[in-house]
Design a protein around this ligand. Structure first.
Ligand code: HEC
Length: 176
């Protein structure tokens, strides 16, 4: 083998080894990140699992106005860019799993709602405390849907957060 060829081989081997080490470090780092988060959420779950949740409409409304209204509108009617929450299947479905998933991680990609196409980016609100998220979601469901809708509790929110801890990017509709 001539000298040049062996330099090339050494170089290629070096690059392969480097990228392997980098990807191992990144994988490890990512796993550590999610396992730390899972641990924190599990602690939180243990702390609140026996506490009674009571819906606070005033707080739910104030938070909705602060965090959601600028896109979805005061009456949840949306507009040509942002979909309505009023009569939204995901928002009003009896099982709140999809709703909690959308609000904690966000939503992106094409969706068709009430005969209109939307393709925006719903931001993630996973950093908002679970109890406050529950207030917002109950406000949304009761005000834009059925006032007698059963409550989503802070524990429901935490459980979904634990189940989806590995998801680090916004959902697409097909993954919900
Ligand atoms: C910056 C604008 C913006 C804000 C603020 C926002 N959203 Fe959204 N939301 C969107 C967009 C855009 C979509 C649709 C995403 C897509 O097209 O894939 C969406 C989708 C949704 C959906 C799914 C509706 C359906 O029928 O599929 C729900 C539920 C929702 N948002 C709730 C909320 C709540 C609750 C808040 C406040 C905590 C909030 N959003 C704040 C932009 C926003």
């Amino acid at each position: 083998m001539n000298k040049n060829k062996s330099y090339v081989l050494i170089f290629v081997a070096f690059m392969l080894a480097t990228s392997l080490v980098v990807s191992l470090i990144m994988t490890f780092h990512f796993q550590q990140d999610t396992s730390k988060l899972r641990f924190e959420l599990t602690q939180k779950y243990k702390e609140i699992k026996d506490q009674e949740y009571t819906y606070d409409k005033k707080r739910g409304k104030a938070l909705y106005q602060d965090l959601c209204m600028k896109c979805h509108g005061e009456q949840g009617r949306g507009n040509s860019i942002y979909p309505p929450l009023y009569a939204s299947e995901i928002a009003l479905e009896k099982n709140p799993k999809k709703l909690i998933k959308v609000v904690t991680k966000g939503l992106q990609g094409k969706i068709k709602r009430q005969n209109k196409l939307y393709q925006g980016a719903m931001p993630a609100f996973g950093a908002i405390p679970a109890k406050d998220l529950a207030h917002i979601l109950n406000f949304t469901r009761k005000t834009f849907g059925d006032p007698k809708h059963t409550d989503i509790s802070a524990v429901d929110v935490i459980k979904i957060k634990i189940d989806t801890v590995e998801r680090t990017s916004p959902w697409e509709e097909k993954d919900l």
